[in-house]
Write a protein that binds this ligand. Sequence first.
Ligand SMILES: [Zn+2]
Length: 343
Amino acid sequence: MGLIRIPTPLRTFTGGKDEIGTDAVTVQAAIDELAQNHPGIRERILDGDHIQRFVNIYVEDEDIRFLEGLETKLNSRSVISIVAAIAGGSAAVQLTSDESARYERQLRIEGFGEQGQNRLKAATVMVSRCGGVGGTAAINLAIAGIGRLILAHGGNVVPDYLNRWVWAGPQDVGRPCVQVLAEHIRRLNPLVEVTPVAEQVSETNIHGLVKDADLIVDGAPLFEERYIMHAEAVKQRKPLVMGAMYSTEGYVTTVIPGETPCLKCLYPTKPDYWTNIKVFPAIGPGPIIVGSMCAMEAIKIISGFGKPLKGALWRFDLETCFVQTLKIRRRPDCEFCGSLRSS
Ligand SMILES: [Zn+2]
């Protein structure tokens, strides 16, 4: 069965549901079906026979205006995304004057603008873990105006985190990491809704964490956690930005399920030596650059602006100022994403 992703402003018509299954064979038929079951939603999407000019509809990651419009064909695995760039009406996402003032400089970025900002405001990002990489990503997303952050991270602050966590000080040692980060983010930008979850991701909690998010930022130090997040993101077809660092070296890539390689395409098995690494070398700029890059990737994917690192691994080594972008490819036999249709 295909899937229609309902953006936050339209969930008022779907009883809060964020995803609705469909067996329709065209986008038009899917919207007709949706409208029949959820009165009021049609006018938000269509103006007569046309898509409202302030709505973008995607099948996988393609705007249907560049496919066959409402006649775009669907298959049993298609994902239709209705993008919440809606202006006007009570359910609309619009910037308040405070927000316009706050984000004034980024609204000037060509290709981002108010539409990009509205899309950020309507989006939820789940970040795990929230250490040097994930915490930096979360802070950058917060000050850029993301609507909601779900922060998943277990454990308390210890002194050796403080060389790279710019949001924590000695007074925070012993306090739950996620609480310290959430308080910092609320101070920086009270407009952002923050949901701290004081747990690592696991087989038990991952479904709900991913379900509530539009995009995942993976900053986990362990492959076990990364695999859990990637498997679920691929299953629920949610984009995921992966950031990793070791010493002065950093990696970032972006996974769009069904389109790009996933973590299992890149590393089908985990290296045994990584399992026992409890303390790894790190200095502030490494995770901060990785985390900032992850935030920028998330901003680009959510706002639909720029060129994200799809099928590309961005890596650097700060020791020598080395920077490289490598092409990565999907493995047709990939355990996680091999069965998904390529677009
Ligand atoms: Zn894969």
